[in-house]
Design a protein around this ligand. Structure first.
Ligand code: DX5
Ligand code: ZN
Length: 228
């Protein structure tokens, strides 16, 4: 699969979301961070804003739910217009049931791991998912420094995906920029969330193109991608 770049609107101007979505029209997805001030110490937006944003842009919405009780809320985000919904395994009461419900409602189902959450206990769940998100910062805020110590987890997850022959996408989120994206791609990520690196740039659309090019060439040289 080709690499994908998902700008995070957490770093955009929330009063101009439709324009900010247009500013990155070449992006594969728009990454939307939902925070409830319980699962993470920050508060962003909810279902009504997602409904409006889905009407305002043709770019598919990649929802990242950093909330408690995702079992209750995730299906509502599919109905609001999300094409992909990511819940945190640390918050989900029944991750398999929830992933199946998201898929049944017509969206891609994705599960996120905080930095201290290992992948190994979830190996058997991977076929239930369309994407796995490995957080490369502690979730809650944009603009944090990339955690290099997550690279081995990305590598091990890529090995599990290959071992089971899955089509699973592997997303990284947090501190992804022109100075870290190549390391992520080499380790095995293929979907890259970037907030400050895109919306902090003079030209956000150009930043998306540049990140995509870097990720593409790093992937072309990566051993995990050459094996296939
Ligand atoms: C952080 C969010 C990220 C955030 C990334 O908890 O999940 O999506 O927007 O921002 P940057 O790319 O600036 O680290
Ligand atoms: Zn996010």
């Amino acid at each position: 699969m080709a690499v994908q770049i998902n700008p995070s609107i957490l770093s955009a101007d929330f009063a101009r979301l439709a324009d900010e979505a247009k500013a990155v029209e070449g992006a594969d997805w728009l990454h939307v961070d939902v925070m409830d001030n319980h699962f993470v110490p920050n508060l962003t937006l909810g279902v009504p804003v997602v409904e409006s944003l889905a009407r305002a842009t043709d770019t598919p919405l990649d929802l990242h739910l950093m909330i408690e009780a995702p079992d209750r809320w995730a299906p509502q985000y599919v109905e609001a217009g999300a094409s992909s919904v990511t819940f945190h395994v640390e918050a989900a009461a029944a991750p398999v049931r929830l992933a199946r419900e998201i898929r049944a409602k017509g969206a891609r189902a994705s599960m996120a791991l905080k930095p201290a959450t290992p992948i190994e206990p979830y190996e058997d769940l991977l076929p239930e998912l369309d994407m796995l998100l490995i957080m490369t910062v502690e979730p809650g805020f944009g603009g944090q420094s990339f955690l290099d110590i997550m690279l081995p987890k990305i590598r091990r997850t890529r090995e599990l995906i290959a071992k089971h022959g899955l089509e699973l996408w592997l997303q990284v989120d947090g501190g992804v920029s022109e100075s870290t994206i190549e390391r992520c791609a080499e380790a095995g990520a293929d979907v890259f969330v970037a907030g400050s690196a895109v919306y902090g740039a003079q030209d956000p659309a150009e930043a998306v193109r540049a990140l995509r090019e870097q990720a593409r060439s790093a992937t072309a040289n990566a051993s995990w991608a050459c094996d296939h």
